[in-house]
Design a protein around this ligand. Structure first.
Ligand SMILES: Cc1cc2nc3c(=O)[nH]c(=O)nc-3n(C[C@H](O)[C@H](O)[C@H](O)COP(=O)(O)O)c2cc1C
Length: 430
C-alpha cells in the first residue's frame, strides 16, 4: 500500500546533495529525455496519466502540449512551490529533502515544451526549502545539468528561485505569474490562458513541485509502470499530508485510489483516544467536508468528484467527535477573508461577510436567517470571480452548513456553543 517513489530518498543522509542524487541514478532521466524528441516526452507523460498535484488535477502532458511550438516571445516554466492551502505540507519536504528531483523534472518539462528559463516560486516563509533549492541549483549548474548546451545536447536552460511573500492567492497560477513579474499577486482573467500568454507575455506552463518530481521516474521506468499504480486516468502515487485527530498524523506516500477509510484507520492508526470520527476534509481546506458515512471513497480525482468534493492537494484533515463545526467554519472563513486579493467584489465583500456572520453564530449572537444568508452569499460568490479563491471559501462553508445544519442552528437557538471552547484542528492547543 505504501509506495516510495518521491519519498524513497528522504531518509538518506545528505539526500539533498547532488552527490547523493547522482549516486542513486539522478539526472539519468534528463540524459535519456534529451536523446528523445520533445513530442516523445509529452507522449510519455500523457500515457503515464500524471495529473497535476497542485489542486486542479489537470493532466501534465496535455498542459505541455497546449504551448505553441513556435513563439515570438520566450517560453517559461513556473514551478509552483507556494504551498498555501491550509493543511498542505508536502512540497516543502521535496524541496528540503530531494530538490534535485524537482530540478531534473523541471528540466525535462522545459525541454518538452521548449522553455529555456524556468522559475521556482517558493513561499517566502520557507527559509530552508529556499536555501536547499538554491544550493541544488548551484550544484546542478556547476555539474553541467543546467546552463548552456546541457550534457552536449545543444539544449540550454537556466532555473532561478523566486521567493514569494507569503500570500495564499499567489499560489493561483496567474497571480503567481504576476508576482513572479514583480507585481502585486492579483489573478488575471482567463482566457488567454498562461500556455498562450503567461510570464512576461510568453507562453508559460505552471506546474506544482510534486507533479514535476514524478517526471524523472516516469522517464526512467516508463509510463505503463506509473499508470498501473493508480486507477484509470489517475496514475502513480500521491503524497498525502494527514493532520488533525488521528493517532499518527504525517506525510504518507500512497497509491492513488487508496481508500480514505484505510488511510485514517490503518495508515494513521485510527482516531486519537479512540474517539468517534465526526468529519473529514479530504484535500485541503477548500474541499467540501465529508461525514463518516462518506469515507468509503477512493482517494483519487474522479472518485472524490463523484461524491461532490475534491481531491485538491491531498491534505486530509481528520476531525473527531466533540469538535465544533461552526467554529471550524468561522475560522476557515476568517482565513479566506484575510487572503482575498480584493480584486473581485463578490470575494472581497462576500467572504468577510461570511466570516463575520459565522463568527457571531459561533459566539452565540447568531440571528434567525443567518444560515440562509450565508448560503445565499456563497451562491453569489461561487463562479462569479476571476479566480477560484472565492469558490475555495464558498464550497467548504456551504458543505459544512448543509451537512451539519442542526449544529449551526443549535448555536443560534441556544445563544452559544453547545461544545464549549473546543479547539478545531487548526487551533494550536489541539
Ligand atoms: C487560491 C489558489 C491557491 C492555489 N495555491 C496553490 C499552491 O500553493 N500550490 C500549487 O501547486 N497550486 C496552487 N493552486 C493551483 C494553481 O493555480 C495551479 O492549478 C497549479 O499550480 C498547476 O500545477 P499542476 O497542474 O502541476 O497541479 C492554487 C489555486 C488557487 C485558486
Amino acid at each position: 500500500m505504501t509506495e516510495k517513489i518521491l519519498t524513497a530518498r528522504f531518509e538518506k543522509p545528505d539526500s539533498y546533495r547532488l552527490s547523493s542524487y547522482v549516486e542513486d541514478g539522478g539526472y539519468e532521466a534528463l540524459k535519456k529525455a534529451l536523446s528523445k524528441t520533445p513530442d516523445e516526452i509529452i507522449d510519455i507523460v500523457k500515457a503515464a496519466g500524471l495529473r497535476g498535484r497542485g489542486g486542479a488535477g489537470f493532466p501534465a502532458g496535455v498542459k505541455w502540449s497546449f504551448v505553441p511550438k513556435e513563439s515570438e516571445k520566450p517560453k517559461y516554466l513556473c514551478v509552483n512551490g507556494d504551498e498555501g492551502e491550509p493543511g498542505t505540507f508536502k512540497d516543502r519536504y521535496i524541496m528540503e529533502l530531494d530538490p534535485h528531483a524537482i530540478i531534473e523534472g523541471a528540466a525535462i518539462a522545459s525541454y518538452a515544451f521548449g522553455a529555456h528559463v524556468a522559475y521556482i516560486y517558493i513561499r517566502g516563509e520557507f527559509k530552508l526549502p529556499i536555501e536547499r533549492v538554491e544550493n541544488a541549483l548551484a550544484e546542478a549548474r556547476q555539474a553541467g545539468f543546467l546552463g548552456a548546451n546541457i550534457l552536449d545536447s545543444g539544449y540550454d536552460l537556466d532555473i532561478w528561485v523566486h521567493p514569494g511573500a507569503g500570500a495564499y492567492v499567489c499560489g493561483e497560477e496567474t497571480a503567481l505569474i504576476e508576482s513572479n513579474e514583480g507585481h502585486r499577486g492579483m489573478p488575471r482573467i482567463k482566457p488567454p490562458f498562461p500556455a498562450i500568454v503567461g510570464l512576461f507575455g510568453g507562453p508559460t506552463v505552471v506546474n506544482n513541485i510534486e507533479t514535476l518530481s514524478y517526471v524523472p521516474h516516469i522517464i526512467n521506468k516508463g509510463p505503463e509502470w506509473f499508470a498501473a499504480m493508480g486507477p484509470e486516468k489517475n496514475g502513480g502515487t500521491k503524497l498525502f499530508g494527514v493532520s488533525g485527530h488521528v493517532k499518527r498524523p504525517g506525510l504518507y506516500e500512497l497509491r492513488m485510489g487508496t481508500p480514505l477509510r484505510k488511510i485514517i484507520y490503518e495508515v494513521c492508526g485510527g482516531m486519537r483516544g479512540d474517539k468517534e470520527l465526526k468529519a473529514v476534509i479530504p484535500g485541503g481546506s477548500s474541499t467540501p467536508i465529508l461525514t463518516p458515512g462518506e469515507i468509503d471513497v477512493n482517494m483519487d480525482y474522479d472518485s472524490l468528484a463523484k461524491i461532490g468534493t475534491m481531491f485538491g492537494s491531498g491534505a486530509i484533515i481528520v476531525i473527531e467527535e466533540g469538535t465544533c463545526i461552526p467554529r471550524l467554519a468561522a475560522r476557515l472563513a476568517k482565513f479566506y477573508a484575510h487572503e482575498s486579493c480584493g480584486q473581485c467584489t463578490p470575494c472581497r465583500e462576500g467572504v468577510p461577510w461570511i466570516a463575520k456572520i459565522l463568527d457571531r453564530v459561533e459566539n452565540g449572537m447568531g440571528l434567525p436567517g443567518d444560515l440562509d444568508q450565508v448560503l445565499k452569499i456563497c451562491d453569489n460568490i461561487q463562479g462569479k470571480t476571476i479566480c477560484p479563491l472565492g469558490d475555495a471559501c464558498a464550497m467548504p462553508i456551504r458543505a459544512m452548513i448543509v451537512k451539519f445544519r442542526a449544529e449551526f442552528e443549535r448555536h443560534v437557538e441556544e445563544g452559544g456553543c453547545p461544545f464549549g471552547p473546543t479547539p478545531t484542528p487548526w487551533d494550536s492547543e489541539s
